[in-house]
Design a protein around this ligand. Structure first.
Ligand code: GLU
Length: 480
C-alpha cells in the first residue's frame, strides 16, 4: 500500500500572505485533497525579531478566506505538533546534539571577528571562502574543556566531500558538485536553529512526503539533502515551482499592484476566482482551459504539470476571471457578499431592506459586475435618478415624440399590473399613442429613467425601482 501523502505549507509570519505564498499553499492543498492526503500548516517563527502574532493571525485568516483549510496545525492541532517552530526549539537542539555525537556535526568556537579575518585572507589569496574547519581539528578533550569553560559555540554540519543530486518533479535533475558548500551552521550560539535545519528536522518528524515550494528554495535543497542524509532520513519528493513575474517580466512586486491576498478580499475578489487564477500561474492541464471550480482543480491537479517557466501575474486577467466566476454564481450565493457592500454604500436606501427587491437587484446587476465591489456603481447607476449621460442622451428625451411617450407611459403605468407582462403591455400601448417603435421606443424610456443608453435589463430596473419611482421619473421635468 502506498504511503499517505503528507504535504505542508510553512510560512514565516513576518508579513502578510503574499500571492506567491498563497500559490504555494494552494498547490500543496490541491495535492493533498486530490490524493486524500493531509495538508499541514507549520508556522516558521524562529526569527523572533521579525515574526509577529499579527502576521500569523493574518496568514490564518487569509488561508481560511481562500478555503485552504489545514488538517493539522494551529487551531486544529494534530499528532505531529507543536506546529509552531518556536515551540520546537528543544527538538532542534536534541537533533543537533545527536548529529554532533554521531560525528556528523561539530561545535565551532570561532568568533565573528576570527571568521571575518579568515574570509578576508581567503579572498586575498583567491582561495575558497568556505569555513576552514579549524574547530573540526580540535581534539575531543579540547572541545569538552572549552564547552565546560562556558565558551560560546555554534554547531556546524560536516559537509561530505561528494556530489548531491536532486530529482525534482518540476525541474528534473539538479546536481551540486562536491566542494560547492562549506561546513554550514545548523545551530547558532544562542541555541537558535537556522532555517535549513528546522525545515529538515520538521519535515522528517512530521513525515512530509512531498515538498512543493517556490524556486527560490531550490539552492537550499542542497543543504537540506545533506541534512537528511546526516539524520538518516529519507528526503521527501521535491517540486520547485517557478517564480511569479509581473507583466513586465520582472519579479512580481507591489509596483505591479496588490500582492497581499487580504487586499484582494477587500477589493471585492472572490476566493474561488483567486484560487483559479493562482492555480494557473504555473500549472496547467496541458491545454488552454482557464476556468475551473475548486472541485475541478482538485480533480485535474498533478504535480508534474507544474510549469518550469514563470507565471505572469496579469491583473486584468484576474478581474476577467473573477467576472466569469461571479456571473456563474446563484443569487443565493451572491447575496451574503453583495448585500452588505450595497447597504454600506447606500445606508439610507429603504429598498435594500426589502429581501425581494434585494434579490431582484442582485440578479439584475450580476451580469454587469466583475468584482463584488462593482455592485455599488452598477446599482447606483439606476437606483438614484441620473441626469442624461451626454448630449445625445439629452436630445433623445427632449423630442416632442419622446415627451408624448413619457406622458402616455406614465398614464399606462398608473393602471397596469406591476409585473413584467404588465409593463410590457403598457410600453406597447404608450408606443402606439406616441407612434414610437423598437429602439425609438425603448431607448428614450431607458434614458428618461436611468440617464444612460446602456445598462442592465430595463424590465428588471422597473421591477427594482417600483411603480411610484418610475412614474415620478417619467413625469420629472428636469433634464431627465
Ligand atoms: N519558511 C519558509 C518560507 O517562508 C518555508 C520554506 C519551505 O517551504 O521549505 O519560505
Amino acid at each position: 500500500m502506498s504511503q499517505q501523502v503528507r504535504v505542508r505549507f510553512a510560512p514565516s509570519p513576518t508579513g502578510y500572505l503574499h500571492v506567491g505564498g498563497a500559490r504555494t499553499a494552494l498547490f500543496n492543498w490541491l495535492y493533498a485533497r486530490k490524493t486524500g492526503g493531509k495538508f499541514i500548516l507549520r508556522i516558521e517563527d524562529t526569527d523572533v525579531e521579525r515574526s509577529t502574532q499579527e502576521s500569523t493571525d493574518g496568514l490564518l485568516k487569509d488561508l481560511k478566506w481562500l478555503g485552504l483549510t489545514w488538517d493539522e496545525g494551529p487551531e486544529v492541532g494534530g499528532n505531529y505538533g507543536p506546529y509552531y517552530q518556536s515551540e520546537r526549539l528543544e527538538i532542534y537542539q536534541k537533533y543537533a546534539r545527536e548529529l554532533m555525537d554521531k560525528g556528523y556535526a561539530y561545535p565551532c568556537f570561532c568568533t565573528e571577528e576570527e571568521l571575518e579575518a579568515k574570509r578576508q585572507k581567503a579572498e586575498e589569496e583567491h582561495r575558497s571562502v568556505h569555513y576552514d574547519q579549524t574547530c573540526l581539528k580540535l581534539s575531543k578533550e579540547e572541545v569538552q574543556k572549552r564547552i565546560a569553560a562556558g565558551e560560546s559555540y555554534v554547531i556546524r554540519v560536516k559537509v561530505p566531500e561528494k556530489d548531491y543530486v536532486l530529482e525534482d518533479e518540476v525541474r528534473g535533475r539538479v546536481e551540486w558538485k562536491a566542494g560547492t558548500l562549506g561546513d554550514f551552521i545548523i545551530l547558532r550560539s544562542s541555541g537558535m536553529p537556522v532555517y535549513n535545519f528546522c525545515v529538515v528536522v520538521d519535515d522528517a518528524a512530521m513525515e512530509i512526503t512531498h515538498v512543493v515550494r517556490a524556486e527560490e528554495h531550490l539552492t537550499n535543497t542542497h543543504r537540506q539533502l545533506i541534512l537528511y542524509e546526516a539524520l538518516g532520513k529519507k528526503p521527501p519528493i521535491f517540486s520547485h515551482a517557478s517564480l511569479i513575474l509581473g507583466p513586465d517580466k520582472s519579479k512580481l512586486s507591489k509596483r505591479h499592484g496588490a500582492t497581499a491576498v487580504g487586499q484582494y478580499a477587500i477589493d471585492g475578489f472572490l476566493p474561488e476566482a483567486l484560487v483559479n487564477f493562482l492555480a494557473l500561474l504555473g500549472w496547467n492541464e496541458g491545454n488552454d482551459r482557464e476556468i475551473y471550480s475548486v472541485k475541478e482543480l482538485i480533480e485535474h491537479f498533478e504535480l508534474n504539470r507544474i510549469s518550469k517557466s514563470p507565471g505572469v501575474f496579469d491583473h486584468n486577467k484576474l478581474v476577467w476571471m473573477n467576472g466569469q466566476h461571479l456571473r456563474a454564481m446563484s443569487v443565493d450565493e451572491l447575496l451574503p457578499m453583495v448585500a452588505p457592500v450595497l447597504k454600506d454604500a447606500m445606508p439610507n436606501d429603504k429598498r435594500l431592506e426589502n429581501p425581494e427587491i434585494l434579490r431582484k437587484l442582485i440578479e439584475l446587476i450580476q451580469v454587469k459586475m466583475n468584482l463584488i465591489n462593482d455592485a455599488v456603481e452598477v446599482a447606483k447607476s439606476f437606483l438614484t435618478a441620473q441626469e442624461p449621460e451626454n448630449e445625445e442622451a439629452a436630445q433623445l428625451i427632449s423630442t416632442e415624440k419622446s415627451l408624448k411617450l413619457f406622458e402616455a407611459l406614465a398614464q399606462e403605468f398608473e393602471k397596469c399590473e406591476w409585473i413584467k407582462e404588465g409593463y410590457n403591455a403598457a410600453i406597447k400601448a404608450a408606443g402606439k399613442i406616441a407612434e414610437a417603435k423598437g429602439k425609438d421606443l425603448f431607448m428614450p424610456i431607458r434614458v428618461k429613467i436611468t440617464g444612460t443608453c446602456h445598462g442592465p435589463d430595463l424590465v428588471g430596473i422597473l421591477d427594482v425601482l417600483g411603480r411610484d419611482e418610475v412614474i415620478s421619473r417619467l413625469k420629472s421635468t428636469s433634464e431627465r
